[in-house]
Design a protein around this ligand. Structure first.
Ligand SMILES: C[C@@]1(CC(=O)O)c2cc3[nH]c(cc4nc(cc5[nH]c(cc(n2)[C@H]1CCC(=O)O)[C@@](C)(CC(=O)O)[C@@H]5CCC(=O)O)C(CC(=O)O)=C4CCC(=O)O)c(CCC(=O)O)c3CC(=O)O
Ligand SMILES: NC(=O)C1=CN([C@@H]2O[C@H](COP(=O)(O)OP(=O)(O)OC[C@H]3O[C@@H](n4cnc5c(N)ncnc54)[C@H](O)[C@@H]3O)[C@@H](O)[C@H]2O)C=CC1
Length: 194
């Protein structure tokens, strides 16, 4: 496949409880982004700045480590932030958030506006310690959602037991690094080639 036609985004798994995440806007889209963030990372450290807040968003904030700030967006709210998600219904404000974040080297995602995104949010499947993130390169968020639902369905909860057993085995095997890798590869080969 041509390199131009494949997904060249690089996924990483962020420790969002150690990072400062700001969401600007408190409506439908902000709620959607906050819900998915907290579903995957319930301990995420998040602030939401908005003129108004949906009821459901207020409820979700109360149940998590989420601070709500009632104000119109100002650049000062980006201070100390690592990541910002813009989800207001005011195009000018969203654009300003993108500019302010870029100047300050803060990673920015303006919801549903790929041109104003340093990163995309993806579909996320979590089974215990296992997490799979799905991206369609921004081509079809609906497909990302369907794939997320598919993997949520087909991946057994017991996959976590397997990971935990291997973790235990890993800490008990003797030998140098190479011998340990060989041993783990031998043990897990049948998962792939069956
Ligand atoms: C580029 C990206 C940027 C970003 O927002 O990060 C983006 C962009 C856009 N989304 C749009 C719409 C919808 N988004 C969803 C759903 C999700 N969107 C998510 C991510 C992303 N959305 C990033 C790319 C991800 C990738 O690479 O695949 C998910 C995975 C994660 C999340 O939102 O947290 C979450 C599913 C989570 C889950 O269920 O697991 C649905 C489906 C639904 O709600 O049922 C619809 C309606 C149907 C449709 O349009 O497909 C529009 C058109 C707006 C308009 O019409 O104006 C744009 C703009 C455009 O495409 O140009
Ligand atoms: N709702 C949807 O399904 C979709 C929405 N969009 C776009 O996403 C954006 C957001 O949409 P919604 O969340 O539905 O809108 P909304 O009207 O539910 O929420 C907008 C939020 O932004 C806040 N806000 C507006 N200006 C602000 C400012 N200057 N500073 C701080 N907060 C401010 C408002 O108080 C409100 O909480 C819009 O641009 C919309 O066109 C795009 C596709 C689908």
């Amino acid at each position: 496949m041509n390199l131009e036609n494949r997904n060249n985004l690089y996924p990483i798994f962020l420790k969002v409880h150690q990072l400062n995440v700001l969401i600007v806007g408190g409506g439908t889209v902000a709620l959607e982004k906050l819900s998915f963030l907290l579903k995957s990372s319930p301990n995420a450290n998040v602030k939401v700045v908005s003129i108004s807040f949906d009821k459901e968003l207020q409820k979700l904030a109360q149940e998590h480590r989420v601070e709500l700030i009632s104000d119109i967006y100002k650049a000062k709210y980006l201070e100390d932030q690592h990541i910002v998600i813009g989800a207001t219904n005011d195009h000018k404000t969203n654009q300003q958030i993108y500019i302010d974040a870029t100047i300050n080297n803060i990673l920015v995602n303006i919801a549903d506006t790929p041109d104003l995104c340093d990163f995309y949010l993806g579909g996320i499947v979590t089974k215990g310690n296992v997490k799979i993130a799905i991206s369609t390169n921004g081509k079809s968020p609906t497909m990302a959602k369907r794939l997320r639902q598919f993997f949520e369905d087909v991946l057994p909860e017991s996959i976590d037991d397997l990971v935990l057993n291997l973790n235990q085995y890993r800490s008990n095997i003797k030998g140098n690094f190479r011998e340990k890798v060989n041993s783990l590869n031998k043990l897990t080969k049948s998962i792939i080639y069956n």
